[in-house]
Design a protein around this ligand. Sequence first.
Ligand code: FES
Ligand code: FES
Length: 156
Amino acid sequence: MRVNGLDEKLDVEPWVSLLDALRERLGLTGPKKGCDQGACGACTVLADGVRINACLALAVQYAGKEITTIEGIATGDEPHPLQAAFVRHDGFQCGYCTSGQICSAVGMLAEHAAGMPSIVGAEELSEAEIRERMSGNLCRCGAYNGIVDAIKEVAS
Ligand code: FES
Ligand code: FES
């Protein structure tokens, strides 16, 4: 697979999750293992631009795909606008959920731009709309206000 712009050749057992392959084999520890069962979003990465829970994905399913983790979303020394906005708005406390939050927000903004609906159904990315679309990413520190403000700023 291609990970953060680099071709990576991995020989993994068929039951190895994408999360374990990224963390244990490639040393990419940005994606976090919170629940390991699809409940928290800490492991969120982008696969061909679509956000996924890497703990629920088998690495072998993603052979040949383009995977982007938090380590790969900046441009050189220039942080991604969402990374900069999270810093500006204090969108974290301990930081454990942050890489998943930011990768998820990148995918969420692309989904919204592509016209994918949410249950809230607002066309604009209102606060309620952002909270709904980001509801798969939990923050045990409760930094939700800063997270939403950061995403709102970038979306606008
Ligand atoms: S570690 Fe994947 S959703 Fe929690
Ligand atoms: S910043 Fe601590 S879990 Fe979100």
